[in-house]
Design a binder for this molecule. Structure first.
Ligand code: FES
Length: 114
């Protein structure tokens, strides 16, 4: 069986709520994304704001608002639901972050799906 999943980290490496950014190269393409942990669930999104197409964080791994209730773009302040990636406020209201598929093993290891 071929297994080309990429291990990203262990679920215990993330605060709850918390986030972590990644940049990997797959098939010659650079992929920037981040994962968010909330209520012991993890969600993955491309690190690309639908407003201007640029990275969301202003410092490494800082993707959440002050209350850690929503994902926040640091550039113009758009806010996104952690669970769905839907924008709920800001200049891209009505758009959404593009999800990336994650797999969480029973031992807590998190992988990027092939
Ligand atoms: S670039 Fe994200 S809100 Fe403008």
């Amino acid at each position: 069986m071929t297994n080309n999943r990429e291990k990203l980290c262990h679920i215990n490496e993330l605060n709850d709520p918390g986030a972590k950014g990644f940049e990997i190269t797959r098939n010659g393409l650079e992929l920037a994304f981040f994962i968010v942990k909330k209520d012991n669930q993890v969600y993955g999104y491309q690190n690309k704001c639908p407003h201007a197409g640029i990275n969301l964080e202003w410092r490494p791994d800082d993707f959440l608002d002050m209350d850690k209730a929503l994902i926040q773009c640091s550039v113009h302040g758009a806010l996104f639901q952690i669970e769905s990636g839907d924008c709920v406020a800001g200049p891209c209201n009505g758009n959404n972050l593009q999800p990336v598929q994650l797999e969480v093993e029973q031992n807590g290891d998190i992988f990027l799906s092939p």
